[in-house]
Design a protein around this ligand. Sequence first.
Ligand SMILES: Cc1cc2nc3c(=O)[nH]c(=O)nc-3n(C[C@H](O)[C@H](O)[C@H](O)COP(=O)(O)OP(=O)(O)OC[C@H]3O[C@@H](n4cnc5c(N)ncnc54)[C@H](O)[C@@H]3O)c2cc1C
Length: 418
Amino acid sequence: MPGQPGAARFDVLVVGAGHAGAHLAMSLRQLGFRGTVALLGDEPDWPYERPPLSKDYLAGAKPFEALLLKEPEYWALKDIAVLRGRRVVSVDPTAHEVRTGDGAALGYGVLAWCAGGVPRRLPCAGSHLAGVHTVRTRADVDLMREELATAARVAVVGGGYIGLEAASVLTEMGKAVTVIEMQDRVLARVAGEPVSRFYEAEHRARGVQVMLNTVVSRIEERDGRAGGVRLGDGTVLPADMVVAGIGIVPAVQPLLDAGAAGGNGVEVDACCRTSLPDIYAVGDCAAHRNRFADGGSVRVESVQNAVDQAFVAARAITGAPAPYDAVPWFWSNQYDLRLQTVGLSAGHDAVVVRGEPAARSFSVIYLRRSAVVALDCVNATRDYVQGKALVAGALVVEPARLADTTQPLKALAAAGRA
Ligand SMILES: Cc1cc2nc3c(=O)[nH]c(=O)nc-3n(C[C@H](O)[C@H](O)[C@H](O)COP(=O)(O)OP(=O)(O)OC[C@H]3O[C@@H](n4cnc5c(N)ncnc54)[C@H](O)[C@@H]3O)c2cc1C
């Protein structure tokens, strides 16, 4: 079926105007692409940075304008049509056409799917009550900030990065915060035990109640809103606000319905091509083989991955393909602690602690089959910068030398390569 006559058509149609989508459109122009480009997203705002949502923006320390990836004028200047507040609901790969929620059809030469993910909802009764929040969009945080004026007690469900960042901001705002985590440590999915225990202690020291091995069985209602959290053992924790930070579900259903290979995300090759012709996928929603991961395909939820994959896809679209091979990196801010991560630690079989957690400046180095695969650096930027070479080369260095803070990682990397 050819495209609907009269339907708007773009040489490249980017769906999702977050980090991946915006950077893909920008990269196309940077690489000299002259065709028509549209950047379509379901949020009403110009493309903005998401990390400050659980940090400075939630704290009220940054206005929304400071989060914009580019000034609004930039897009017109680069001849990129930004279609805001539009949602793609289906994809027809044969006709090279998508349909939006308002029934309109848009044709494409190349489709770039950059739709990220939607926050996982709490799988219990009461999760849809007013006062139960997730932290993914500006609108989410604006609503939270409005309600915080009258909230004294906040229950944060999920002790991952987003939950802990929100907990740190809310604690500094003077709220009584409880973090409820079902596993036996915070950050269990993303970091090793020494990092988890360190952050747990930091939160407790500031008055956060951290409950581990604890599940939520329902959100209790009070006056038509969330009024508390019932735990697995029947205890009810009173709360004026509940914040759920329990991960995302990749937003890929229209592509899967159209026949793309995938499941937990849409599968892409090293150049971000999906299994469907002329359709690419980039960012949080793209499952790919990453040489820094321990086998299989992974989705990497980070700004670095979104931006670097966007460039890789733009290269392939403009006829100069080069495979994705970037070293993963990530950061998290909590209180006065800056965590910087390089590499992917999942599947590690040994850890080395470098420095003294009690000094609040240290690194945890992860090894897999003796090679360095990742570092978590807490207030230790030098290790983070110098450790990148250890990860990039998967270098094998004796643990005792890695732990020795008198030996700069730069020197160990040089010796490891020799
Ligand atoms: C609160 C928070 C804090 C974070 N902190 C950090 C951090 O400190 N460091 C770090 O590296 N990463 C951080 N991240 C992760 C990082 O923001 C994401 O990895 C990054 O935003 C992924 O970019 P993306 O473009 O793939 O997805 P997104 O940024 O989510 O963009 C996807 C966009 O597509 C839209 N969309 C979805 N479906 C459709 C559709 N069908 N039609 C049209 N539009 C659609 C979405 O609404 C969204 O606007 C954080 C994320 C959050 C939420």
